[in-house]
Design a protein around this ligand. Structure first.
Ligand SMILES: [Zn+2]
Length: 345
């Protein structure tokens, strides 16, 4: 089926204003927090777990987000404890204030093992302004200005996060969380992050996929210098197929960006097709003369990119290149300057 012939997600709710709460479903609150990027918000879900609250994700570490949490804890959430703080994955809009909120609420963080370790690694590694990171980007054909943009100007992980606690409570795929007598199955998925935590309440038909399935945009799938040969796209596509096989079509899907919707399986099919189309664009760019991942980027991102977006765009382009190298559609050879040159197989 062609992407243009599918009906698209059927949205169910208007979004709350940033900094305000609304009910997503009985006992599940939806808080929207502002973000300082083109993607201007993140959705936080807060579940009534019988004796208090289970908070899912935290927003980025800045004064504006801290102020919203202060208001929430003194206002609509006051009088009952935060019993659990789940951080779904290591991206700054999700983990950003994890350490701060954990301390403020006197509750540990609950995470998958990989996301916990990856966040601690990203904080501890001191950012991307280093020779190995620069060599990685140069090796895919970025020029010096672009290398500076993605390693220095566009890298905001340190600024938008605080350290997590030193210890955490682990969740993994197959676990079931009992939140006030309601069963939430834990699913995990890779490709957008590594072991991103998603929650499914079958009885009430509610699926919280975090960033793995989004209604209005395609979740970022990227490769970075830490695992330069990763086939993140294969992992993402496998995760989408697994979600499609596990999660019933009728659920209300409430992602952490955009709005809740019905039509999960169609949306997954559209995302899978989208990545096939992106791979076809990569092949076309190479036919038209591009020889590096940097050279392919203008064909995939037909707009001016700020430094923050350039890092994502590069990572996304490389994810498609690595996928096509892995499945035999492309061949790559490193030239004398250390740049990976691409051609069609
Ligand atoms: Zn994310």
């Amino acid at each position: 089926m062609n992407t243009t012939t599918r009906p698209g997600p059927a949205y169910t709710h208007a979004a709350p204003e940033p900094g305000t709460l609304q009910e997503l479903a009985p006992g599940i609150l939806w808080l929207r927090l502002a973000l300082p990027f083109a993607l201007n918000h993140v959705n936080i879900h807060i579940i009534d777990d019988g004796t208090g609250w289970t908070v899912i994700d935290t927003g980025v570490a800045n004064d504006q987000t801290r102020a919203v949490w202060e208001q929430m804890l003194a206002g609509p959430l006051a009088g009952r404890p935060v019993n659990r703080l789940i951080v779904t994955h290591f991206h700054p809009d999700h983990v950003g204030l994890g350490g701060w909120l954990s301390e403020k609420c006197g509750v540990g963080v609950t995470m998958s093992q990989t996301e916990f370790l990856r966040s601690r690694l990203a904080r501890g590694a001191g950012g991307t302004d280093s020779a190995p990171h620069r060599a990685f980007y140069r090796g895919h054909g970025l020029n010096e200005e672009e290398v500076h943009a993605v390693t220095v100007r566009g890298n905001s992980y340190q600024r938008l996060t605080v350290d997590l606690p030193l210890s955490y409570t682990r969740v993994r795929a197959g676990d079931v969380l009992d939140l006030g007598g309601r069963r939430f199955e834990v699913l995990t998925g890779a490709g957008h992050a590594y072991e991103q935590v998603m929650l499914l309440n079958r009885a009430e038909g509610i699926f919280l996929p975090t960033d793995q399935v989004i209604g209005h945009i395609s979740p970022n799938v990227g490769v970075d210098a830490i695992e330069p040969h990763a086939d993140a796209l294969a992992e993402f596509l496998a995760s989408l197929r697994q979600i499609r096989a596990t999660v019933p079509e009728e659920v209300l899907t409430a992602p952490t960006h955009g709005r809740p919707f019905h039509g999960l399986h169609d949306r997954i099919d559209t995302l899978i097709d989208h990545h096939r189309e992106r791979c076809d664009l990569v092949a076309k760019a190479i036919v038209a003369g591009a020889t590096t991942t940097a050279g392919i980027m203008p064909s995939l991102f037909n707009r001016k990119l700020d430094p923050h977006q350039m890092g994502f765009a590069f990572g996304e382009a490389l994810a498609h290149v690595n996928h096509m190298l892995a499945n035999g559609e492309l061949r790559g050879e490193t030239d004398r300057e250390g740049v990976l040159r691409l051609r069609l197989a």
